[in-house]
Design a protein around this ligand. Structure first.
Ligand SMILES: [Zn+2]
Length: 344
């Protein structure tokens, strides 16, 4: 089968598009014919590798997919051949205290498809049966593939962790990324007032067209000062940070007393200084967030279905040109999800 994989960790030139053996189906798994798969920054982290994290090679990249079930193992319940499905990429043991509480992303063995097991950039993938859900009928395969990882991450950050409500002010850094754009859609749906940043006037224009209330060009303006101006000096209620080191000091300058900062990624670096005085004096809440639980996924899908929101898609690129697609994501030029078309 055709797949996008690496033989060893390193830069972009390690990415191969070629033939690998089809996965062997286990009893509690389903086999999917992948129609579309979406790119995430996680693919870059997996490609680069992390010291101490061993991944069997060759390793197929990718965490998001939509496709058709072509086979189901004897212990795969509730899924049948021919079902159109999307993937919930979170993996967990299913039986520890956290899994039993429904908090799957707190499981000690928590993993993600494409990181902890072979990924989705392939014509065929085998996944545990509890990882697939019916594809929302209002989305085509490309749109459906673009939904899970980014929208689930944003959902948990804003709705589960921050308990976002109508009327709150939310600052989202780097509008254009998949999680940031999913956050914007979720926040607008919930009735929040949104402030978004970018270095690109074109991306800010697109965000405005999607409904973002306030736009800040961070190359021309002081983000925290503008956020305070917009909120009449008080600061925003919540900062949604997917950027990391570069925006961390801005988060503390832009958030109001008693406000929250929620972080899910570190595309600009994982180490940043924190002014502890600001943290306690302003009574701030700092939250980390990773992907989401099965319940987060269910609620996210239900909300998406009700609001009929569609993930913003930057481009759909053939799996044969996966390297080009990955390079585009790494450059940060995209606005929305980059999707690989795997099959018609
Ligand atoms: Zn568990």
């Amino acid at each position: 089968m055709k797949a996008v994989y690496i033989d060893s960790h390193g830069p972009m030139d390690r990415v191969r598009v070629g033939q690998l053996k089809e996965p062997v189906l286990k009893d509690d798994e389903v086999l999917l014919a992948v129609k579309a798969a979406a790119l995430n920054h996680l693919d870059i982290h997996v490609r680069n590798g992390r010291p101490g994290v061993e991944i069997p090679m060759p390793h197929v990249l990718g965490s998001d997919a939509a496709g058709v079930v072509t086979a189901a193992g004897p212990q795969a319940h509730g899924v049948r051949e021919g079902d159109h499905v999307i993937l919930h990429p979170g993996l967990s043991c299913g039986c520890c205290e956290f899994c039993l509480r429904g908090e799957h992303s707190l499981c000690a063995s928590f993993g993600i498809v494409g990181l902890s097991r072979p990924g989705t950039f392939a014509e065929k993938i085998a996944v545990p049966f509890w990882c697939v859900r019916p594809k929302p009928a209002y989305l085509n395969f490309e749109e459906a593939a673009a939904l899970p990882l980014a929208t689930l991450t944003a959902w948990r950050m804003l709705m589960t962790r921050c308990r976002l409500q109508a009327g709150v002010t939310l600052l989202i850094h780097g509008i254009g990324g998949g999680v940031a754009l999913a956050g914007l859609a979720i926040a607008l749906n919930a009735g929040a007032e949104t402030v978004v940043t970018s270095s690109s006037p074109e991306k800010l224009g697109k965000a405005s067209a999607l409904g973002a209330h306030h736009l800040i060009d961070y190359t021309a303006e002081d983000v925290a000062a503008r956020a305070r101006e917009i909120t009449h000096g008080r600061g925003v209620d919540i900062v949604m940070d997917t950027v990391g080191a570069a925006t961390w000091p801005i988060d503390f300058a832009a958030v109001r007393k008693g406000g929250s900062i929620v972080l899910c990624g570190v595309t600009t670096g994982a180490v940043a200084e924190t002014n502890l005085q600001t943290l306690y004096w302003n009574q701030l809440t700092i939250m980390g967030s990773t992907l989401g639980s099965a319940e987060d996924f269910r609620r996210m899908l239900a909300a998406a279905e009700t609001a009929k929101f569609r993930p913003v898609i930057d481009s759909v690129i053939s799996i044969d040109h996966a390297a080009e697609a990955l390079r585009k994501m790494e450059s940060g030029a995209q606005f929305g999800k980059i999707v690989l078309k795997v099959a018609d």
